[in-house]
Write a protein that binds this ligand. Structure first.
Ligand SMILES: Nc1ncnc2c1ncn2[C@@H]1O[C@H](COP(=O)(O)OP(=O)(O)OP(=O)(O)O)[C@@H](O)[C@H]1O
Length: 217
C-alpha cells in the first residue's frame, strides 16, 4: 500500500526531518508511528499525501512512485486517502451532516445521494441523531467522530491519522481507537501517528518508532 525507500527529507538550512527511512505498510494493515515531538511523524504523513516531496529516496503509494506523479494526478491520489488531524478542521457554520456530505460534493454525487451516504457514515461512527448539530454543539469526542466520518465517507483505501486523539480524555481516545479497529477490520489500511504510547500498548499492532528523523524500530 505504502513503501518508503531510503527517504530523506531536509528542510533548509539544516533540519533533517527524515533520515534514510525505509518501511512498507501492506494493504489492510493498521500501523502506528510514534516518536517524540519533532521526530518526523507529520513529515512522513505529508510525504504520503505528496504535500511534500523527498529530498532523496522515493515514496510509493499503491506501487506508484510519487515523485513521478504528474500534478494533475495528485487530486486522484488524495481522493484515495482519508485524513484525520488532531484539531478536526471542521467547518463550524455547517452541521455535522453538511461537513461530511461536503467531502462527497467533489465526486459529483447528487445532493440526495450525498446526504444519504453522509447520514449512513455518521451512523456508523455512532453519531445517529447528531447529524443536524453544529460542531460547537458537540463534545470533543463527537467532533472527532464527525472528522472521522468525513475522512471515510469516500471509502478511502488508506486512512492517515495525525494525533487523532490529541485533545480527548483517555476514555474517548480509547473509543476512537476502537473505531479505527472496526474500520481496519472492514479492510481500510491505517497509518496512525501519535506520541501517546498508551494508544498502542497491548494492541499487538506494528509500531514504527521515529527518533530525530530515523526509524529506530
Ligand atoms: N515546513 C517545514 N519547514 C521547516 N522545518 C520543518 C517543516 N516541517 C517540519 N519541519 C521540521 O522537521 C522536523 C520534524 O517535524 P514533524 O512535524 O514531522 O515532527 P512530528 O514528529 O510530527 O512532531 P509533533 O509530534 O510535534 O507534531 C522538526 O524539526 C520540524 O521543526
Amino acid at each position: 500500500m505504502v513503501r518508503f525507500e531510503e527517504v530523506t527529507k531536509l528542510y533548509p538550512p539544516d533540519i533533517t526531518a527524515l533520515d534514510r527511512v525505509s518501511f512498507s505498510v501492506e494493504r489492510g494493515e493498521f500501523v502506528f508511528i510514534t516518536g517524540p515531538s519533532g521526530a518526523g511523524k507529520t513529515t512522513l504523513l505529508n510525504l504520503i499525501l505528496r504535500s511534500e516531496l523527498p529530498s532523496q529516496g522515493e515514496v510509493y503509494v499503491e506501487g506508484r512512485p510519487l515523485s513521478r506523479l504528474k500534478p494533475r494526478h495528485v487530486p486522484g491520489l488524495r481522493r484515495r486517502i482519508g485524513i484525520i488531524f488532531q484539531d478536526f478542521k471542521l467547518l463550524v457554520d455547517r452541521t455535522a451532516l453538511e461537513n461530511v456530505a461536503l467531502a462527497l460534493e467533489v465526486q459529483g454525487l447528487s445532493l440526495r445521494e450525498g446526504r444519504h451516504r453522509a447520514l449512513a457514515t455518521l451512523e456508523a461512527v455512532g453519531l445517529k441523531g447528531k447529524e443536524n448539530k453544529y460542531p460547537p454543539q458537540l463534545s470533543g469526542g463527537e467532533r472527532q467522530r464527525v472528522a472521522i466520518a468525513r475522512a471515510i465517507v469516500n471509502r478511502p483505501a488508506l486512512l492517515l491519522a495525525d494525533e487523532p486523539t490529541g485533545n480527548l480524555d483517555p476514555r474517548l481516545a480509547e473509543e476512537i481507537i476502537e473505531l479505527f479497529e472496526e474500520l481496519n477490520a472492514r479492510g481500510t489500511s491505517i497509518i496512525l501517528a501519535t506520541h501517546n504510547q498508551s494508544l498502542f500498548i497491548e494492541r499487538h499492532r506494528r509500531v514504527l518508532v521515529l527518533d530525530s528523523g530515523r526509524l529506530i524500530n
